[in-house]
Design a protein around this ligand. Structure first.
Ligand code: S3P
Length: 194
């Protein structure tokens, strides 16, 4: 089933949409879908985790291990704030990025916020063999995912658009995200203008 919720239409708030930002929990497909949408829109794809890694010179997992989560969050905030003023980007954000309201508000000034949504069980299935996400390297990953998803849901649900990725082929999710972006900039004087 396709479930799309539309909130707070961007044009109604006077925002100018230059970019598309994908938000949502780990393992919902933000990077994969983001790459494909960027290719379709002929936008540049950026991933905030990769930007953090470039800045730090080490992987996200290493930052968590050697510096702690707070250092990662500081770098994440910096790279997100640097994206303001950029255009024609598809931005995949880390799953915890928009839990900080400053990151959410910053992205909202220039990007349509699209949340990719999945159930805890599906997220667990998709991530259980992966090792690069420090927050999921715990004894009861499904329990951790359930708890974090419940805590984060109110933040994710503030997105402009929520696209349920359950039981849908990825190309449909990509088409839906692209459609939502194109609709959001329709009838404006041009998304790349101030
Ligand atoms: C995190 C998600 C990760 C990464 C970091 C923390 C989170 O990104 O930013 O491990 O807090 O949910 P992905 O959502 O791309 O896995």
């Amino acid at each position: 089933m396709v479930v799309i919720f539309l909130h707070d239409l961007p044009m109604a708030t006077g925002r100018t949409i230059h970019n598309l930002a994908l938000i949502g929990f780990m393992g919902c497909g933000k990077s994969t879908v983001g790459h494909m949408v960027a290719r379709d829109l002929k936008f540049r794809f950026v991933d905030t985790d990769s930007l953090v890694e470039e800045r730090a010179g080490i992987s996200v997992a290493e930052i968590f291990r050697s510096e702690g989560e707070s250092v990662f969050r500081k770098l994440e905030k910096e790279v997100i704030s640097d994206l303001a003023g950029k255009q024609e980007l598809v931005i995949a954000t880390g799953g915890g990025a928009v839990i900080n309201p400053e990151n959410f508000e910053s992205l909202k000034t220039h990007a349509l916020l699209v949340c990719l949504w999945a159930k805890a069980e599906s997220i667990h299935e998709r991530t259980k063999h992966q090792k690069h996400r420090p927050l999921l390297q715990r004894e009861d990953p499904l329990g951790v995912i359930r708890q974090m998803l419940t805590e984060r849901e109110p933040f994710y649900k503030q997105a402009d658009v929520i696209v349920n990725t359950e039981l849908r082929p990825q190309r449909e999710v990509v088409a839906q995200v692209r459609h939502q972006f194109e609709e959001s900039i329709k009838g404006t004087s041009g998304f790349a203008k101030d």
